[in-house]
Ligand binder design. Sequence first.
Ligand SMILES: CC(C)(COP(=O)(O)OP(=O)(O)OC[C@H]1O[C@@H](n2cnc3c(N)ncnc32)[C@H](O)[C@@H]1OP(=O)(O)O)[C@@H](O)C(=O)NCCC(=O)NCCS
Length: 146
Amino acid sequence: MDVTIREMVLEDLDAVGRLEHEAFEHPLSVTAFRASLRNRYKKNFVAVTTQDEDRKIAGVCTMRKTPEHVWISNVCVTTRMQGCGIARAMLEHAITTLTQDGWHRFILKVRPDNETALALYRSLGFTMNRNMTADCINFDIYELNC
Ligand SMILES: CC(C)(COP(=O)(O)OP(=O)(O)OC[C@H]1O[C@@H](n2cnc3c(N)ncnc32)[C@H](O)[C@@H]1OP(=O)(O)O)[C@@H](O)C(=O)NCCC(=O)NCCS
């Protein structure tokens, strides 16, 4: 499958909104993503595939830059294309891009029962940070230093 990773643009918002609703019980709204596109501390990445002949948004993730580290959130891939390496490709691209911009510490929160996401993050080198507390209950914090 041909997958391209690029930064999200305004024209992607509707497709990204649909993907968020498909992937999350509490999805981020299109309005929030629109605001995120104007936020210079955030970078949103999308995975675009050529499957089904149309170019489709198959995955999304958000990177929020702080002075100390980058928060990764909204990582998701459309159900029918999961298991094809899209999340891995998207995160590797996003992390490489931010590393080149000077960030070397990446943080995310994940539910301990989300085994698929945990396997993904661990395979990318993330380890649990037991000293940081997530801003909501039932989440663990993972970090990657590179
Ligand atoms: C988690 C998620 C983003 C993974 O996306 P994906 O594109 O299917 O993942 P990839 O195909 O790139 O797989 C990368 C790694 O994840 C792990 N993985 C993927 N699917 C898995 C599964 N069904 N079971 C266990 N591990 C799995 C594997 O370690 C895999 O590496 P490998 O193929 O070398 O073994 C996707 O399942 C998803 O969108 N889930 C719903 C939203 C969500 O929970 N997001 C995370 C919030 S913290």
